[in-house]
Design a protein around this ligand. Structure first.
Ligand SMILES: Nc1ncnc2c1ncn2[C@@H]1O[C@H](COP(=O)(O)OP(=O)(O)OP(=O)(O)O)[C@@H](O)[C@H]1O
Length: 304
């Protein structure tokens, strides 16, 4: 199929998956969710395997948020099954999902901008020393551990005392990924981590997403950008109006075809056909489907 090997994609995403897939960490089987009489998700099946990036793509309203809310314990599915390590579960709270190693990094990141990087790294799980009642924060150990963990992921920040709000969006996302890895995530859900970022910063985040995958995590990458998905993805699930429109492994689909499956390809062709009937509209000047997605991320050289 077309366009399997763009140079940039190969650089971030090696052709041979680092993990063989293995048994699914998390699986949806015919899962669905209705909000009152709005059916947001219907009959969706998806497997998240260790050492692999599973991309969930879809346009606005496709059901991406609903899907991650089910897996992360914010909402319960109203049809089908959610399995963790092969056993059917029904989470009541995000804490229950976290206890099973399912961590979610949301776009807003829930950080405290004025606090230092190391403090945000441990927010809510601070290290302490000394016996009660003279127990104190173990600042030196937290700084050292945060530095080690960030370096292990290849993230080098010159000063961990900097307020996290002064880091770039890509760096903040990267810190959040390293944090989830440190606190034992086995499944990492990333909710549109590149949506608000420019080309270079998107490349940075994709690089650390690949690093988490290389450490054996199962990564769920939510995005509406097929270019970003194709840089790191091992599997692609495209949602449309709440149902699974495509489910394909990397070897089964090229970037061009993936882009066509996203809103844009088929609709644009139909729209062009309609517009061709309207006087004064030059359909030849309309963009092609692939031009509609936001720009592809930087090459890793540029991104590093
Ligand atoms: N709490 C809710 N109550 C009623 N309807 C909802 C609720 N949350 C989502 N929906 C509806 O479910 C459908 C899927 O929404 P969802 O937010 O999962 O899509 P999405 O792919 O994440 O979209 P976006 O990219 O715009 O965030 C939409 O039609 C939406 O209006």
């Amino acid at each position: 199929m077309a366009d399997k090997g763009t140079g940039t994609a190969d650089a971030v995403r090696p052709e041979t998956p680092p993990g063989d897939g293995g048994a699914a960490l998390v699986e949806l089987r015919g899962a669905g969710k209705s909000y009152g009489n709005v059916r947001a998700l219907h009959d969706v099946s998806l497997a998240v395997r260790p050492g692999r990036v599973t991309c969930v793509l879809g346009d606005n309203g496709a059901g991406k948020s609903t899907l991650i809310k089910i897996i992360s314990g914010l909402h319960q599915h109203s049809e089908g099954e959610l399995l963790v390590d092969g056993t059917a579960v029904r989470f009541s709270t995000p804490r229950e999902a976290l206890a099973r190693g399912i961590a979610t990094v949301y776009q807003d990141l829930a950080t405290v901008p004025l606090m230092p990087v190391w403090r945000n790294f441990f927010l809510g799980s601070e290290m302490t020393r000394g016996p009660w009642p003279v127990r104190r924060l173990d600042i030196a150990r937290m700084k050292r551990t945060a530095d080690d963990e960030l370096r292990n992921m290849g993230i080098v920040l010159d000063d961990l005392d900097r307020p996290i709000g002064t880091l770039s969006g890509g760096q903040r996302q990267s810190v959040a990924i390293a944090r989830a890895v440190h606190f034992g995530a086995r499944v990492l859900i990333l909710d549109e981590p590149t949506a608000a970022l420019g080309v270079k910063q998107s490349g940075v985040v994709l690089k650390y997403m690949a690093a988490a995958r290389d450490r054996g995590l199962g990564v769920i990458f939510i995005t509406h950008n097929p270019h970003h998905a194709y840089m790191v993805g091992d599997h692609f699930s495209v949602l449309r109006l709440g149902t699974l429109e495509l489910s394909a492994d990397r070897g089964e689909i090229g970037l061009e075809e993936l882009t066509d499956h996203m809103a844009g390809g088929v609709e644009l062709a139909a729209l062009k056909h309609e517009l061709a009937q309207v006087r004064g509209v030059d359909v030849q000047r309309l963009p092609e489907a692939e031009d509609l997605g936001s720009s592809a991320p930087a090459s890793p050289e540029e991104a590093s």
